[in-house]
Write a protein that binds this ligand. Structure first.
Ligand SMILES: [Zn+2]
Length: 196
């Protein structure tokens, strides 16, 4: 494995933890694609303190290498790489996005920066949302058109050309959801015409 993959994963894992973008300490996951290889966070590894052995090498196409210790979401990561142009994926248990996804079917930004980046944030509603075949099937279809989406009640998935881009989308979506939450708590209007 290239040292830069490991160093990037450590750095963005720390950023997610330090900015409160991932709820519980050992949850969430991230991966990087290099050709046919897939490097992914180890199952149950602590997001904010990743070590070299916490990055597992496996394949983009389904095979058994590394899968036992890879993230429970390895199937979802593979499906995203197989069906989109993604080269890096981050999944985090983002508190504001999770909360808003429970009460809304899709999320339309109301702040200027959010509107600048995204017209809307899709919310995927599936019965089983953790490491599930339903998410593997339906999420990549959404992520072909969007860099980020929220799996209802579970968390944000974002992708890009590298981990920095995926991380940026995680922060953009969480900021959009946080502003909506804050404005609602101030008694402001957050439902847009033609929205949900
Ligand atoms: Zn998750």
């Amino acid at each position: 494995m290239d040292q830069d993959i490991y160093e990037d994963m450590c750095m963005y894992g720390r950023f997610l933890e330090n900015r409160g973008l991932n709820l519980s300490s050992h949850s969430g996951n991230m991966s990087v694609r290099r050709g046919d290889c897939l490097y992914i966070k180890r199952r149950g590894a602590m997001m904010g303190a990743l070590k070299e052995q916490d990055v597992v090498e496996t394949r983009v196409e389904e095979d058994d290498s590394g899968v036992i210790i890879a993230s429970t979401e390895v199937g979802v990561h593979r499906a995203i790489y197989q069906n989109t142009s993604a080269l890096a994926v981050i999944h985090a248990h983002t508190p504001y996005a999770i909360s808003l996804s429970i009460v809304r079917d899709e999320i339309v930004p109301i702040d200027d920066e959010g509107e600048y980046h995204l017209k809307k944030v899709p919310v995927l509603d599936v019965e089983e949302s953790i490491g599930s075949k339903n998410v593997e099937k339906e999420l990549p279809e959404i992520l072909r058109d969007y860099n980020a989406a929220i799996v209802k009640g579970h968390g944000t998935f974002a992708h890009g050309e590298n981990l920095e881009e995926a991380y940026n989308w995680i922060t953009v979506v969480e900021s959009i959801c946080k502003v909506i939450y804050l404005v609602e708590n101030l008694g402001g209007e957050t439902l847009k015409e033609g929205g949900w």
